[in-house]
Ligand binder design. Sequence first.
Ligand SMILES: [Zn+2]
Length: 481
Amino acid sequence: MAPEAYEAVIGLEVHTHLQTASKLFCGCATRFGAAPNDNVCPVCLGMPGVLPVLNRRVVELAVRMGLAAHCDINDFSIFARKSYFYPDLPKGYQISQYELPICKGGYLELPGNGDGGARRIRLVRIHIEEDAGKNVHEANASFVDFNRSGVPLLEVVSEPDMRSAEEAVEYLRELRSMLVYAGASDGRMEEGGFRCDCNVSVRPRGASEFGVKTEIKNLNSFRFVEKAIVYEVKRQIEVIESGGRIMQETHLFDPVREVTRPMRSKEFANDYRYFPEPDLQPLRVPSAMIDEIRAAMPELPAERRARYAAEFALTPYEVSVLTQEREVADYFETMCAAGLKNRKAAANWVMTEVLRIVNESAKPIAEAVPSAQETGALLRLVEEAKISLNAAKTAFAAMVKSGRGAAATIEELGLTQVSDEAEIAAACGKVLAAEPDKVAEYRAGRDKLFGFFVGQVMKAMGGKANPKVINEILRKSLQGN
Ligand SMILES: [Zn+2]
């Protein structure tokens, strides 16, 4: 069979840090970037005899995420010990949730980038667990940094509902977007706060049975997820086509060679001997607490997309670009609130001018570009025909550098547009008088010359004339006589 006759079947298990001030079972800070072993105490160092105390905020954020993903919230769930040995896990087990997780079922709706291909990806569960420390290997020695030990994680497990690497990345983007909108994560999932295991199999397109799957472990960026899946799908098809069989194995992705390779069986001997954590009570989430969290839920990406399509009459593509990052969507709305009528133009400005600078600078939007209020004020000057669109672009570039406001920058650079009809009419008169041959040609039918006249007038007025007024006056003058 040709490779196109196969389809991939993909399920993802995503681990992401939750945005809390303190760790899951102790009061240590979760702050990223502290000096090694600065944020530690006997609890997160796994000393004998200490007792974990559950961070209420983690439960709230997990419930929020569960509600955002349409999950059933279990009012009774259990923490379990997942036993394994690793130098960054001194107590010899990780506290996780196993048989009774806090959230069950649910789904994510992928917007499909406006191509009409919206798709629902079902979830198996969402549960809470603690992170382990980190091994740091140097030339002649290895060290363990326990700052990350006990940092709260959410594990989000999907059903095998994805059918391509692109769809898997789309799912990850939507998941990140939901975590940020729900206030559960800062979205810097790729700064070490994100790990993904991918279950991948292939089968003949249209088949209902699943093929044998392999698991690719510990991918730490969206790009690696995409590359690993593309590689693994191709590899599995080649094995089947050459008469071989897919083995149920665990693979690692080598980001340098961009291939996956099986781990030795010893590396994933996964008998974790789960049993209920005796130092923690079962977790009870009263329905009043769930109702309270539901009532205070912030707007989610899907809701914001629907609102933008309805209120602002934007295309699905524009909606998807503007809403993917909450801070970009917030910027757009604050800009519009500066009194802009033309939402389309404002959307365009964000998608081109603003995002270009944000991407080039690799800084968050708040640091990369002028405030949304000032950018809104600048665009309002365009709407009021006080400056041209080109002048606005020039001013915006200057504002990015200087940090000054719109009005001051326009003034400083002398960008105010001239709309005075008498002044523009005088310039038009001069241009037409100087070009009698071209005027005759235009009147004989060479319509294209109109642009030439506009250009000449604009040039004569130093680029500051209102092009609409030039057009009107020139049309009148050239029709007359
Ligand atoms: Zn601690």
